[in-house]
Design a protein around this ligand. Structure first.
Ligand SMILES: Cc1cc2nc3c(=O)[nH]c(=O)nc-3n(C[C@H](O)[C@H](O)[C@H](O)COP(=O)(O)OP(=O)(O)OC[C@H]3O[C@@H](n4cnc5c(N)ncnc54)[C@H](O)[C@@H]3O)c2cc1C
Length: 439
């Protein structure tokens, strides 16, 4: 459609889906992302625990849109957003604008001001985070083989902060790798590794049912995870973490899954924010007073049909992206936007091989174990298929994992995540750049 440009900030589930729908109608789109790839966040912890490679869960944006001639991709960070002029100033100082602006910059880790967390904890929000964490885990294991006394300095204690899906899934996967794979590959380790999970709440997987809370806790405890529930993190130091009940855990690995907040650039728009610092949007996904500005996915408080804010989920982001595109097409055609209707597929979390919890559909039909695992796989395959055509690798991973055909693999990490042990080691930790393969 000539003369109308839609400027989209963020190539996550929401931004990519919106651009894909607009491209089908030949609308000119500028899609801007700080990375040159789209990432599949639900599988970040599999990368962090060396079960899959980064290129299995990231896909170059230029590959996704190679047939869409109306989509102009820009790999650049948005530094600030002006909703009045529907324009974005990039980190390099150029200004881009559109007749419509879609803000879909997602979220980032929220440390809630916990002293030392931003400096010493490892968040799990991007492919870079996952690769850094994987390299860090491999580094502490290798260092401990080399210098067994590091066990006394917490090298084999792994602390995960957050008892929501991210924390539970990471704890389950890490415990499994440390139990099933590490003793075989690191035969001379002086002691078994320990996983601790800390959460301020009294239960795991709070948005799920009581039954799921109990199931997740029992399953993790069975896998050797020590739960610290009803306890907060007071401080994260380079060599330990202290909890609000006075517990001190000597460790070099604190993984942060303790909450999220919108990407920094979202606040620069100066739009009204609500719960979680996210931008409140109207039922048609536009911002009040800005009829051609849409905020989607994790950056927004997206209301469901009952007005209740929907959770920050891939399916919410994806569906809001498709819906915004339809409303933009209607608006171009001079029609009013329609209120977003979310098709609720439920909520689910995978705790480990053969163990998951799923509450399916709007009525939250509850399943656990292998059936829930299959449901997780089905729903995530659907989510992935919206972005990429080939999901065979994902399905193969899922079923091999489920059926134990494939051992969980510890792959070589970049030789880089040097840890400051504070004595003879002065290595620096360099930055990582993932290199997603193929398109
Ligand atoms: C570890 C983890 C596990 C998860 N597991 C599940 C799950 O199992 N099921 C599920 O449904 N959901 C899951 N989620 C949530 C789901 O991934 C998110 O809800 C979804 O990705 C949100 O989509 P989005 O498009 O809003 O943002 P994102 O997917 O985060 O995309 C935002 C994009 O904006 C870009 N960006 C940010 N800032 C800028 C800037 N200044 N300039 C340019 N670009 C920028 C980013 O690079 C990114 O590409 C998980 C999330 C995490 C972190």
């Amino acid at each position: 459609m000539a003369d109308t440009t839609v400027l989209i900030v963020g190539g996550g589930f929401a931004g990519v889906t919106c651009a894909q729908h607009l491209a089908k109608h030949n609308v000119d789109v500028i899609l801007l992302d700080q990375n040159n790839y789209h990432q599949f966040q639900p599988m970040l912890y599999q990368v962090a625990t060396a079960q899959v490679a980064a290129y299995d869960i990231a896909r170059p944006l230029r590959g996704i849109f190679h047939r869409d001639k109306t989509v102009d991709l820009r790999r650049t960070a948005a530094a600030s957003i002006d909703p009045t002029t529907r324009s974005v100033t990039t980190a390099s100082g150029s200004v881009l604008s559109g007749e419509y602006l879609v803000m879909a910059a997602g979220a980032q880790a929220n440390f809630f001001g916990t002293p030392g967390a931003a400096e010493h904890a490892l968040p799990l929000y991007s492919v870079n985070d996952a690769e850094r964490l994987r390299a860090h885990i491999l580094d502490v294991l290798d260092a401990t083989v080399d210098r067994p006394k590091l066990v006394d300095r917490g090298s084999l204690n792994f602390v995960i902060v957050g008892g929501g899906p991210t924390g539970v899934e990471t704890a389950g996967a890490l415990a499994e790798v440390l139990r099933d794979v590490v003793p075989d590959r690191y035969r001379s380790l002086a002691a078994p590794a320990k996983v601790h999970l800390v959460d301020l709440g009294d239960v795991l997987l709070a948005p799920f049912s009581d039954k799921a809370h109990t199931y997740a806790a029992k399953r993790l405890e069975r896998d050797g995870v020590t739960l610290h529930l009803g306890v907060g993190v007071k401080e994260v130091l380079q060599d330990r973490v202290t909890l609000t009940d006075g517990t001190e855990i000597i460790t070099r690995t604190v993984i942060w899954g303790g909450g999220e907040k919108p990407a920094d650039v979202i606040a620069t728009a100066g739009l009204p924010t609500g719960r979680g610092g996210r931008i409140d949007v109207q039922r048609d996904l536009t911002v009040a007073g800005h009829p051609r500005v849409y905020v989607l996915g994790d950056a927004a408080n997206v209301p469901g049909a009952d007005g209740v804010i929907l959770a920050q989920l891939g399916s919410v982001a994806q569906q809001s992206g498709a819906w915004a595109a339809r409303n933009i097409l209607d608006s171009i055609a001079g029609k009013p936007g329609r209120a977003f209707r979310y098709k609720d597929k439920g909520i689910m979390a995978m705790i480990g091989r053969n163990a998951a919890v799923a509450e399916m559909g709007p009525h939250r039909h509850e399943v656990e174990g292998p059936v829930a695992f299959a449901a997780w796989l089905g729903v995530h395959a659907m989510l992935l298929s919206g972005i990429r055509s080939k999901i065979d690798a994902f399905i193969a991973w899922g079923w091999d994992y489920f059926s134990k055909n494939r051992a969980t693999a510890v792959v070589d990490g970049p030789d880089a995540a040097r840890i400051e042990w504070g004595d003879d080691d002065h290595g620096e930790r360099p930055e990582f750049e993932p290199h997603p393969a193929g398109s």
